[in-house]
Design a protein around this ligand. Structure first.
Ligand code: EPZ
Length: 418
């Protein structure tokens, strides 16, 4: 199993390009099932989850030319031969649930293994299933599989009981070919939802309101082939902002748009440091200890739950006390006990963590438990004094392309070892 060996502390200096957004690319790859014509997607991040999604789509019969090292994915779904997303693939990536809406809408049937829970929580999909049933699907759970059937889906007014990102995406994709108008209320507002809507509109879908909490979709007969460039990954960008806030130094992040980062960016400004906008990027400089920053995680445009571990890592070496409340997932503090091994002072009570910044952390052996927890551990290890070993780094590779090479480029001492 691969590990990271990190020796700190090192200030970061240099310039990197931010990849395309994993959480935009995943639904957009699935949306290609909605057309029988050629689809070309660029700026696709070369990540483990993307490769898993491509394998799943190939299994369903989608022809895929993935030149992922150049960020290109070309797909054609005219010869889809199966409507099943098997357990073996779904268990490694919950986002496989995103084939449910497109398969059901285009082929009238879908069999998707019920995604299990994961380290951060139960992760139920009741909102996805409730909406599709309202639109006319017959949904049953047999032997751990979601089996959905619908000769035709009908547009309906769907009111989600809670804000769900992939739930909103599944309903939006299913509604593009449904008969009539679908209104999704209490919809998720993430920039990745907007990027999916931009992609679907370019295919001929009739969608308005994406980016707000009410999305309207008028069903059409069919959708055509298009080319689309994935938006930048706001979570990767914010992760590198946290790295330089913790370690100090001066870095440039290219190909990002801070206007799409919501309150996550505003909160990172509170760390102190100087953030200067460039033509198509940003220059960030930290030459003193970061300020402690308290925050609650919220649906977009609130502070992103996917950034909770990373900003907690900054708080571990901040000049004071901070309070972090995880309001989206019920078990997203798995990184806390690992950060404590590096000397962090963190008290947890339910969904609230109180962090007392330390003047320094010390290198240790730690273990990654999930994607964003591992990013938080990388940041604490970068600023810790001495050698840290982070085990199970495959969690990190799911959502960050070549994090080790990028950090090395910025002057950190990071080595990927077996
Ligand atoms: C998406 O997951 C992201 N994944 C997650 O990123 C992200 O953490 C999450 O949104 C929240 O922003 C992708 O986009 C592929 P939700 P998703 O449905 O859609 C509950 C990463 O690190 N819920 O918005 O699965 C759920 O349990 C990943 O890239 C229900 O109860 O999250 C959670 O508490 C991790 N019933 C809350 O809602 C449902 O039917 C938000 O979940 C659906 C969700």
């Amino acid at each position: 199993m691969e590990k990271f060996k990190i020796v700190g502390p090192n200030k970061l200096h240099g310039e990197i390009k931010i990849e395309g957004a994993k959480n935009a690319a995943l639904p957009i790859l699935c949306a290609s099932l909605l057309s029988s014509e050629d689809i070309r997607i660029t700026n696709v991040p070369n990540l483990r989850d993307i490769r898993t999604m491509c394998s799943l789509l190939k299994k369903i019969g989608v022809e895929i030319g993935d030149d992922l090292k150049n960020g290109i994915c070309e797909l054609n779904s005219s010869k889809v031969s199966s409507i099943e997303a098997p357990y073996e693939l779904v268990k490694t990536m919950r986002a496989s649930i995103l084939v449910l809406g497109p398969l059901l809408s285009r082929y009238g049937e879908a069999k998707v293994s019920l995604p299990g829970g994961c380290a951060i929580g139960q992760r139920p999909v009741d909102q996805h299933l409730k909406a599709l049933e309202q639109m006319g699907a017959e949904v049953s759970l047999v032997d751990g599989y979601i089996h959905a059937k619908a000769k035709k889906l009908f547009g309906k007014r769907i009111v989600n009981d809670l804000v769900t990102v992939t739930g909103t995406e599944n309903i939006m994709m299913a509604a593009t070919l449904a008969e009539g108008t679908t209104i999704i209320e209490n919809a998720a507002r993430e920039p990745e939802i907007v990027d999916l809507a931009v992609f679907l509109r370019s295919m001929g879908a009739k969608i308005t309101g994406d980016g707000t909490d009410t999305i309207k979709i008028n069903g059409v007969e069919n959708l055509k082939g298009v080319t689309h460039e994935i938006i930048f990954d706001r979570i990767e960008a914010a992760t590198f902002m946290c790295a330089v806030a913790a370690c100090g130094g001066e870095i440039i992040l290219n190909k990002i748009d801070i206007n799409l980062m919501g309150k996550t960016y505003d909160k990172l400004l509170e760390c102190g440091g100087s953030f200067s906008k460039l033509k198509n990027g940003i220059l960030i400089k930290f030459d003193k200890k970061p300020n402690p920053v308290s925050f609650d995680t919220q649906p977009f445009p609130g502070f992103a739950t996917d950034m909770q571990a990373q900003l907690m890592a900054v708080n571990c070496v901040a000049d004071g006390v901070s309070v972090v409340k995880e309001k989206i997932f019920e078990n997203r503090f798995m990184h806390v006990q690992e950060m404590r091994r590096l000397g962090a002072k963190i008290e947890v009570n339910g969904n609230t963590a109180v962090i007392t910044g330390r003047s320094k952390l010390n290198g240790a052996k730690v273990m990654a438990t999930d994607l964003r927890a591992s990013a938080g551990l990388v940041i604490t290890s970068l600023v810790a004094e001495g050698e840290s070993i982070i085990d199970r780094i495959y969690h990190l590779d799911r959502g960050y392309a070549e994090m080790d090479s990028k950090l090395t480029l910025l002057g950190a001492n990071v080595l990927r070892i077996q």
